[in-house]
Structure formats: C-alpha cells, structure tokens
Design a protein around this ligand. Sequence first.
Ligand code: KIV
Ligand code: NA
Length: 269
Amino acid sequence: IVRRLAAPDIAARKGGEPIVCLTAYTAPVAAVLDEACDLLLVGDSLGMVVHGLPNTVGVTLEMMILHGQAVMRSTRRAMVVVDMPFGSYEGEPETAYANAARIMKETGAQAVKVESGPTVPATIDYLVKRGIPVMGHVGLRPQAILVDGGFKAKGRTDVERERVLAEARATAEAGAFSVVVEGVAEDLAREVTAAIAVPTIGIGASAGCDGQILVTDDMLGLFDWTPKFVRRYADLKGEIAEAARRYAADVKARTFPGEAETYFAKKQG
Ligand code: KIV
Ligand code: NA
C-alpha cells in the first residue's frame, strides 16, 4: 500500500529536494501525473483551461468538487490540493470553513488553497486550527484580476514588493503548510523563500523557490495562452490536430473502419 503524501511531508521539504507540482483536473491525466509529482493541484485555472471561461472568477464550488473527486479517484501517491474558488472564502471565516469542509469531505483531498488578501490570514488560521491544511498563494493573484487589471507580474515596485513579502509572511505565520508564489521577479522570489519557514512553490517565480508548479495543459502545449515562464514539454495540440486530420481522411476514404475494427455475424450451422 502506497501512502499518499500529506501537508507535513511537503512542509518538511523546505530547503531540500525541489517539490514537483502540476495542476490536474481529470482522472486519466491525473493518473499519468501521479508518479512524477509530489503534489497535484486541482487549480481553479480549470475554469479557463477546461471550461473556456475568460478568467477564474466564474468558477464554482461545485466545479472544484467535481474535478477534485475525479483527480482523487485516479491517484494514490501525490498529495492533492483543491483550490477554493472566488467567493468561497474571502468573507467570514465560518463561511470559508463550511466551504473548505465540503471540499475536504466530498473529494477526500489533503488540503485546500486560497489566494492572499487582507482577510485571508485570519481565515487560514481559522481553518488550520480546525483541521484543514491550507496552501497560500501570493504575488500574481488570478482571482483579483478585476481589481488588479490583468495578468501582470507583481513586485516590480518597492510598494508591491513589500506587499508581497508581507502577505507571504502573514500566510506562513497563519499556519499555511506551503505558499505558491506566482509571477514575481527572481530577487523577490528568493527574498520570500528566505523569509518564511514553509516551502515556496513558484510559477513564473524563478528557480529560487523550494518547488515549482505549472499548469499542465500549458506545459503539454494544449492551451493556447503560454506566458514567458512556461516551458513546453510536449505539443499535444499539434498531435491531436494531426490525429483528427488523419481520422477525417480515413473516414472520407472509407479506409476506417477496416476489417480489424469491424464486427461480423457469427457463422451459423
Ligand atoms: O489555478 C491554478 O492552476 C493555480 C496554479 C497556477 C498555482 O493556482
Ligand atoms: Na488557482
């Protein structure tokens, strides 16, 4: 029996071997990623990547739970973290707890993730004290796109640097087991990593973090939008398009299905 990694295992890897993380949204892909990854994030990026939404603001708790269940069913080794969607945790800690508890109970995941904001450290503290491991997320906050004005790198001015650093400190001190650092320059990523006692997981945040995460569909070349920080490890979009072209050609030429793909009546008598 394989024991699944959990929050304390990830927390213990501060400053050690880099922590390997990817997003996962569906059972078959999660099953393939399980072996190579320490942590699989059911990110609310699924709104854009899987459901075609313009940003993550429209993602619902029900969507997160459905995808969380699919990922949990097909994995057994990686820690699974489910994003809390926009509107499910920024208000009263009691409401955040009820929503986080639903995610934990209905998916069986090992933790939830929340993006930082002024009300969030108190909520992290509230959840962790009640048994729910929480991952933080500072720097570029996709759920704040409507106030921040777009997907832009953070921490390029002194005021912003101080804010990102303060948010990371508050997140870690509130009890988060790890903090995603998104879209910040290398020197700030290193400063944040040195300033907090739990691992930083970078995305567009240099090699100076304790681990890395990418949106799986980006690194597989499945999703069109590829920022500077993405490295493409495959061209699945090209492969799928080519497969569809070949299939279409075979159907039109009546070379598919062939004999091997055809049922025939049993010979009788
Ligand atoms: O939703 C997501 O995929 C994320 C990661 C990019 C960190 O939050
Ligand atoms: Na997210």
